[in-house]
Design a protein around this ligand. Structure first.
Ligand code: KIV
Ligand code: NA
Length: 265
């Protein structure tokens, strides 16, 4: 059960072994996810939505990502841990981007970073990789750009955006990214991207012709009930499980059933 490395993920792609990836934001959840055998744990800036209750990922700060990152790293022994660079910390100022990247790596102990964007921020990504920090790219639907898109609809459905995505995938591989997340794009295009490069392509809403899959843990456990895109498969209904447990506790407190004699000193 040796630690998963970027090198090992490349070997998995070569062998045709699919890569499992799931988000976590805290110590307890990350411990469960790691011990279940996950390959990659992503400290996503989706923490903004599922932990903080914000509408978008934009409010997430560097300090908040570091807090979540450190908490997750404390719970993980085997999986590779990647932390999202939050909105505004990798946006065309390579020196500043590297400073932020180094802070995350130093203060969390994570193994890698994930960064949204292609050609526009390629110098930032190159500088971070050149400093010895492994970077996973993120293309297709990039939630940090939601105000530019104005919609969470499927991306790269037209020829121009599809071609740009393929160009960006190759560019990210060329500067040394160890993998790329493709979010909410046509399955056929994602499959083409996976064939075009040697680094693993991890999909979310990008079909099955890629090298691995990632989901947000609150979504796949059914904690969140308000978010039901077509690409989401729910593996549990924790919303119901937790609601019933909490209601039973309330009832037991109200009826003085809890605590009983055995539960008292
Ligand atoms: O923040 C996140 O959870 C992500 C995944 C959805 C890929 O970036
Ligand atoms: Na993210």
């Amino acid at each position: 059960n040796r630690k998963v490395t970027t090198h090992r993920l490349l070997e998995m792609k070569q062998r045709g072994e699919k890569i499992s990836m799931l988000t976590s934001y805290d110590f307890s959840m990350a411990s469960i996810v790691d011990q279940a055998g996950m390959d990659v744990v992503l400290v996503g800036d989706s923490a903004s939505n599922v932990m903080a209750g914000n509408m978008t990922t934009l409010p997430m700060t560097l300090d908040q990502m570091i807090y979540h990152g450190r908490s997750v790293v404390n719970g993980v022994k085997r999986a590779l841990v990647a932390v999202d660079m939050p909105f505004g910390t990798c946006s065309g100022n390579p020196t500043q981007s590297l400073e932020s990247a180094i802070r995350i790596m130093k203060e969390t102990g994570a193994d890698a970073l994930k960064i949204e964007g292609g050609k526009e921020i390629i110098e930032d990504i190159k500088k971070i990789i050149d400093a010895g920090i492994p970077v996973m790219g993120h293309l297709g639907l990039m939630p940090q750009s939601i105000n530019k898109y104005g919609t969470y609809a499927v991306r790269a459905k037209d020829e121009d955006e599809a071609q740009k995505l393929l160009d960006d995938v190759k560019l990210l591989e060329a500067v040394g990214c160890f993998g790329i997340v493709l979010e909410k794009i046509p399955a056929k295009l994602a499959g083409q991207a996976a064939k075009a490069v040697n680094i693993p392509i991890i999909g979310i809403g990008a079909g099955g012709e890629v090298d691995g899959q990632v989901l947000v843990i609150h979504d796949m456990l059914g904690i969140n009930k308000g978010f039901s895109p077509k690409f989401l498969r729910r593996y549990a209904d924790l919303h119901t499980v937790m609601t019933e447990a909490v209601q039973n506790y309330i009832k037991d407190v109200k009826t003085s059933d809890f605590p009983n004699e055995k539960e008292s000193y």
